[in-house]
Design a protein around this ligand. Structure first.
Ligand code: MN
Length: 129
């Protein structure tokens, strides 16, 4: 892939957004933030990212619902959606997959491996060139 990899990070918590932006930018990603589902939809209509990092617990529209909605958009078909959730109860992983996520990263995030985790999702899904 040439140029920067763009990650859309959908997250209602400002401190999480700051942390993830700092980590991913340090590793050469371009980070676009959305603090709500509405902002995410607006952002995607402007520019389709290479990967979407999706917080699950958000007020109003949660990450499951938003992912479900995004998967109905043909422009997003090939874009990996990675859930981020502190919910680690049995069934949560299945629920993220059912909603249309490609996988999930457990919160709290491990800043040392986050970029590597995202690159793995990009190589799994976006293997078209
Ligand atoms: Mn949240």
């Amino acid at each position: 892939m040439t140029g920067k990899i763009t990650v859309l990070y959908v997250e209602d918590n400002r401190l999480n957004r700051l942390l993830v932006r700092r980590v991913l930018e340090a590793d050469g990603f371009e980070v676009v933030e959305a603090e709500s589902a509405a902002q995410a939809l607006a952002s995607i209509s402007e520019k389709v990212p290479h990967l979407i990092l999706m917080d699950i617990n958000m007020p109003e529209i949660d990450g499951y619902t938003l992912t479900n909605r995004l998967r109905q958009n043909p422009k997003i078909q090939g874009v990996p959606i990675v859930a981020m959730t502190a919910n680690v109860m049995k069934g949560d992983r299945e629920r993220t997959l059912e909603a249309g996520c490609d996988g999930y990263i457990q919160k709290p995030i491990d800043v040392d491996i986050l970029s590597e985790q995202l690159k793995n999702f990009l190589s799994e899904v976006g293997d078209g060139g």
